[in-house]
Design a protein around this ligand. Structure first.
Ligand code: ATP
Ligand code: MG
Length: 316
């Protein structure tokens, strides 16, 4: 089967996408036939170093046409989507491939869209009684409350962004307006969510079930962009120490959401744990896949190598 991998893209997570893709290519070895396409430029490439230096091109019909031509001219039969954030994770690329009847890895258009929208995801959680922090949504075009609509402290974050872009913890009334401003810079809809103190967990799920959870201990405050991508800024514990009855309930809820949201392939739920109470924050439908990322860590603790994980991604 002729395979292509889409990476790069237009989102702010373009560099991370290249890192995920490069780790996969290195693990597969040079001989593995895989066409690499940077969907942000509609370019076929082989040199990651050089490609990562390039800026994405402005989206246009000819850019989309270019991408489809590469798939068609190379007789591609299946696409591995290794894009993070933006159009690669929110269902747009998935829809394009659906229209071409080209199979691809991971969640379909609808589940990707649902996963990218933190507000809709939380509605599904609430409907199925999966614990999620109390929240409200504010829209840029409507009059905004001059004081916080939920008790402090709060988290203010864009509905559709990732990588903690535009996210602020608000502890005092004075910080409220600045937090709104920051979140609205990234999105027209923002989520105001109760801050959950305690531990930070992430749970990997795929068709076969839930994998050992990872506990993340950021050196400072939130698990933000810096804590995530700078070496030594966070400590990771896998499997996280969680009492079995609590872990069973958490796993059951994660599997329920996986099913009800129509998710496919390998996904990761971000969770807060306040003593004995857990709260689901969001799902990542295209989580990072560098050899140092959280999903490979979880698979390793479950007895599967990085190479095994990649094979699962390609077959999924
Ligand atoms: N309600 C909350 N209570 C406590 N901490 C929170 C809350 N919401 C977000 N955070 C912190 O901010 C981080 C990022 O939040 P979240 O996962 O919701 O958004 P994101 O920007 O999509 O994240 P990612 O970095 O995973 O793409 C969380 O991992 C957590 O550390
Ligand atoms: Mg997250």
């Amino acid at each position: 089967m002729k395979l292509a991998m889409l990476c790069g893209g237009h989102s702010s997570e373009r560099p991370i996408s290249f890192k995920s893709a490069r780790s996969i290519v290195e693990a597969l070895g040079k001989g593995f036939p895989l066409l690499l396409i940077d969907s942000g430029r509609s370019e076929v490439f082989t040199d990651f170093e050089a490609q990562m230096q390039k800026e994405p091109l402005p989206p246009s019909p000819s850019l989309v046409k270019g991408l489809l031509s590469h798939l068609e001219n190379n007789g591609i039969e299946k696409v591995c989507i290794m894009l993070h954030g933006g159009e690669g994770e929110d269902g747009h690329i998935q829809a394009l491939l659906d229209l071409c009847r080209l199979p691809y890895t991971g969640s379909g258009m609808g589940a990707s869209f649902l996963g990218m929208d933190k507000g809709l995801s939380k509605m599904v959680m609430k409907y199925y009684q999966v614990p999620t922090p109390p929240w409200t949504i504010l829209t840029k075009s409507k009059p905004l409350p001059s004081s916080p609509p939920l008790p402090l402290p709060l988290i203010v974050k864009p509905v559709h962004e990732g990588s903690t872009v535009g996210l602020t913890k608000t502890e005092t009334g004075e910080q409220w307006e600045k937090a709104l401003h920051e979140a609205f810079k990234a999105d027209d809809s923002i989520l105001i969510e109760q801050f959950i103190p305690g531990r930070e967990l992430t749970l990997t799920v795929d068709e076969t079930g839930a994998w050992p959870p990872v506990e993340i201990r950021p050196k400072k405050g939130l698990y933000d962009y810096e804590s995530k991508y700078s070496k030594g800024m966070s400590q990771y514990i896998c499997p996280a120490e969680i009492a079995p009855p609590l872990l069973d309930r958490m796993n059951r809820d994660a599997l329920l959401l996986y099913e009800k949201m129509g998710l496919k392939g390998v996904v990761r739920f971000d969770i807060r744990l306040d003593d004995e109470k857990y709260f689901f924050l969001e799902v990542n439908t295209l989580p990072g896949m560098t050899s140092l990322s959280l999903v490979p860590m979880s698979f390793k603790a479950g007895g599967l190598s990085y190479r095994d994980l990649i094979e699962r991604i390609f077959h999924g």
